[in-house]
Structures are given as C-alpha cells and as structure tokens.
Design a protein around this ligand. Structure first.
Ligand SMILES: NC(=O)C1=CN([C@@H]2O[C@H](COP(=O)(O)OP(=O)(O)OC[C@H]3O[C@@H](n4cnc5c(N)ncnc54)[C@H](OP(=O)(O)O)[C@@H]3O)[C@@H](O)[C@H]2O)C=CC1
Ligand SMILES: CC(=O)N[C@@H](CCC(=O)OP(=O)(O)O)C(=O)O
Length: 337
C-alpha cells in the first residue's frame, strides 16, 4: 500500500478524498491534517463529515508548517485540498522529496507567474515549482502526469470545459474568427465549506458571476490554445456542473468528423462517457464521470457540446486520484468506479 495524507481534510474536497482513499485498493490514508489553529483539529472525521461516521477511525491532526519537509519524506503521496495561498506557500517545502504532490488548488495551474496577480490576487513567488508542475487533466496529459512529482489538478469549470473543447481544438476544427462560448452552472459546494453571504441558502438564486474576468478563463485558454468567453453561474443546488459550450467550426467539417474525434479521444477513457442524450447533473453527481453529448448544425457550422461533472469529484478529488493512479502505474479508474 502507498501511504498518503490529506492536508485540508476538513473541507469539501478533503471529504471526497477521504471517501475515495479509505476504500482505494492501493493507497492507505494515514493522516488527515487541518491547519494550525483550525476549529476542526483533533476531531474524529465522522464528527466533521457525518457521511463518514463509522467509516474511518481517523482523527484530524493540526499541521505544523515547520514540519512540511519531514512530512514530504514520510508519505508516498500528499493531497493538498487547501486554499490557493496555502498551497503556494507550502509547495517549496514539500517539493523534491519522496512524496508526490497532488495540489487541488489553482496555485500551480498556469505557467505565467504574472497572471496570478490579476486573477488570484497574490504575487507568485514559486516559479521553480510552477515550471515543473504538470497540469493534471487526466485524459489529455497522461504521459506527463506519469512522470511528474508535482501535479496541479485542474479547476472544476476548466475540467468540464476542456474535456468538451479539446477534441475540437486539438483537431484544428475551430473557426479561428469565432471564440467558443462557455456557459456553465455550478452547485454551491464549488465555493467551499467556509460560510459566506453569496452561498447562504437564503441568498442563492441562479445568477451569473465573474463575468469576463473569472480566474478559470486563463486556465481554459492556456490548455485549449484559444481565447474563450466563459461565463460561470451559481445554481441553487449542492453539487455538480453543467457546461454548455457553443463553437463555430471551419467550413467543411462534418458530423462524422466530430464523432470520430470524440471517439478517438474518449472511447478508451473510462471516466468520460460519450452519451446519446443530453446529460443531467443528477447523472454525474456523486460519481467520478464526465458525461458529454453534442449536436452539430452542418448548415451554420455551429456545434453545441454539453458536459456534466461533479465539481467535487471529476472537478477536484477523483481527478486528483486519477492522477495519483497514473503516477503509481495503476489504471486511471482504480478505486473510482
Ligand atoms: N469546491 C470545489 O468544487 C473545488 C475546489 N477546488 C480547490 O480545492 C481547494 C479546496 O477546496 P474546498 O475543499 O472546496 O475548500 P474548503 O474551503 O471546503 O476547504 C479548504 C480546507 O483548507 C483549510 N484551510 C483554510 N485556510 C487555510 C490556510 N490558510 N492554511 C491551511 N489550510 C487552510 C480549511 O480548514 P481548516 O482551517 O480546518 O484547516 C479547509 O479544511 C481550493 O484551493 C479550491 O479552490 C478545486 C476544484 C473544485
Ligand atoms: C461555485 C463557485 O464558487 N465555484 C468556484 C470554483 C471552484 C474551483 O474549481 O476551484 P478553484 O479553481 O478555485 O480551485 C469559483 O467560481 O470560484
């Protein structure tokens, strides 16, 4: 068994990682860390995440950031389910040691350090880790992930968007004069466990946010190689993302060409399901799948693709475990089906 720990175990993605890792055939979850001074330190996991009541004996431990280097020699894999700033600040001490690092935050997803100031609100200092980090879009970066030591697990909206876009962008099918338009709606768990006015039960009502400025725009653009118009929406449900993506294709592309590209990339990828009807969030909530369906109008050249994921799983925790499976030479779906 490969020894693992989670840092940020009291959060929503931390809870999903615990659920997966305690049942995984090749990883053992040995420690659940919370931050120093956390209200959730020294608590049984079942007291913080009641769905896990009776499922594990683990009790949260407070993390002493002075011990990060030592922790990185202790485990085979470390999952960082922490805010961007915490991952950024701790990455250097964790890197280059025995442990492979799987960072669920956005701190190491973009290659240009300057972009962080504009979109994340902090100055990136860790350019060394940034340049060696591999973007963990499991279905597309498999070879690079297998040999990586530090994996930047993609954001939830970028996962849903890129899995739908990339078969077309990689094939060069897009009309270069028309940007893809991504409209996506997420459940409130996308905002994390910390309470806030915008995610409070009484306040949430379907609404766009982050218009023409969300930090996932540069992430999507970097990994599909084209500018996009991305509009996220907050929905009145707990978990899941539905992304509807409209693209204009070059003249002459046919329905059969599109079908061939989606099948070429995903026919052998067990976590992506090419559906024969429009996916619903309920079809993927609490699963590690990304469901995709599309329709093409050959007359106008417009293609509409719908992609549905669970933001906490394929958009975070299960994709992190897919990456860990690849790093440790296991099938991508191990422990996820
Ligand atoms: N929610 C989602 O759908 C997705 C989230 N992500 C990313 O994954 C990461 C975790 O997200 P999520 O689980 O939703 O977030 P949560 O807010 O639910 O959990 C974050 C965890 O980190 C701990 N933490 C908070 N502040 C600090 C700090 N300064 N230093 C160390 N630890 C801290 C928190 O509590 P404690 O004080 O108890 O330690 C908590 O356990 C984030 O970077 C997020 O952006 C990525 C994709 C999807
Ligand atoms: C509904 C909601 O608030 N969603 C989050 C995205 C969650 C995610 O993917 O997180 P990171 O890229 O931050 O890791 C947001 O829009 O900020």
């Amino acid at each position: 068994m490969i020894s693992t720990c989670i840092i940020g175990a009291s959060g929503y993605t931390g809870a999903e990682l615990i659920k997966i890792l305690i049942r995984h055939p090749h990883f053992s979850l040995d420690t659940c860390y919370v931050s120093a001074g956390s209200a959730d330190s020294d608590k049984p996991i079942g007291a913080i995440h009641p769905q896990l009541f009776g499922q594990t004996e683990l009790v949260t431990q407070s993390l002493d950031s002075g011990e990060l280097s030592q922790i990185a020699e202790q485990y085979g894999a470390i999952f960082l389910a922490t805010p961007h700033e915490a991952s950024h600040d701790w990455a250097q001490a964790l890197s280059g040691k025995k442990a492979k690092i799987f960072d669920l935050s956005g701190a190491f997803r973009l290659k240009d350090a300057r972009v962080f100031e504009q979109f994340y609100g902090f100055q990136h200092q860790e350019t060394g880790v940034l340049s060696s980090a591999v973007y963990g879009l499991a279905e597309w970066h498999e070879d690079a992930i297998k040999t990586a030591s530090f994996i930047a697990v993609p954001g939830c909206y970028p996962t849903a968007s890129l899995l739908a876009l990339k078969p077309m962008t990689e094939a060069g099918f897009l009309d270069p004069n028309v940007r893809p338009i991504i409209n996506a709606t997420s459940g409130v768990s996308g905002a994390g466990r910390k309470p806030s006015m915008t995610t409070s039960y009484f306040e949430v009502s379907l609404q766009a946010y982050g218009v023409l400025g969300h930090r996932h725009t540069p992430e999507i653009e970097e990994y599909c190689g084209t500018s996009v118009i991305f509009t996220p929406h907050l929905g009145q449900f707990k978990r899941g993302i539905l992304a509807t993506i409209t693209m204009r294709l070059r003249t002459g592309i046919t329905t059969a060409d599109i079908q061939q590209k989606f099948e070429q990339h995903y026919a052998n990828q067990p976590m992506v399901r090419l559906r024969d009807s429009w996916p619903k969030i309920d079809d993927v909530a609490n699963t590690a799948f990304c469901d995709i369906h599309w329709k093409f109008d050959e007359d106008s050249g417009y293609l509409v693709v719908c992609s549905a994921i669970d933001n906490l799983l394929k958009g975070a925790a299960s994709q992190a475990v897919q990456c860990a499976n690849l790093v440790f030479n296991q099938a991508t779906e191990t422990g996820l089906l």
